[in-house]
Design a protein around this ligand. Sequence first.
Ligand code: ZN
Ligand code: ZN
Ligand code: ZN
Length: 212
Amino acid sequence: MIIEKTASLALRCSDCGKLETHKLNIFHLSGDNKLYLDCECGHNKIEVRRSGGDFIVSPYCLACGRYHKISIPEKRVWNVSRVQTLSCPRTRLNLGYYGPFSLLQHEIDRQQRELELLTDGLGFDDFADPKVMLTALDILHDFAARGDLNCECGSREVHIELLSEQIVLTCQVCAGGLSIPASSPHDINRLESFDNLLLRYRTNTSPHNSGP
Ligand SMILES: [Zn+2]
Ligand SMILES: [Zn+2]
Ligand SMILES: [Zn+2]
């Protein structure tokens, strides 16, 4: 019996920011075949190939401003049962996912719902630069996961709202807040250079606060 080897790859387009899932089959990648995966906007997202038992992908990283070449042992790609993360080797920023198609779809749907909750009616195309906005959000999630997103009152309960050109963070406990510009790749580099983010009481520019 031939067991078909399949995998799926979910990547955000570095041009328009859309996250889409692509199905891969080992027969697409036989011999020296390279596979180019395109976004529905027409942008070439990634090159996929196999070499010496590894699966090699080259996603574009917005934080580093370049393509990363990432090798994954093939046994961790084909017919796996869990969703795995592709990350930037320098910043650990999430660049995409691979794993079973149905679970990837589930993950994308979850992110989509989360995004809707954070945007209060704003659509994907309302962002000044969707890929910058979504990358900034990923970076904020990393800060939060590390415990490096706090308010100066000591709270870690931070409300996130995405506006078209910035992310507004508001403390759920006090009037602390912080606005993060997120409209250009420069904003990503700046955000990524911080060790931690501190919401400040009264001295911030958040529109949710009336100021000093
Ligand atoms: Zn695209
Ligand atoms: Zn990178
Ligand atoms: Zn606070």
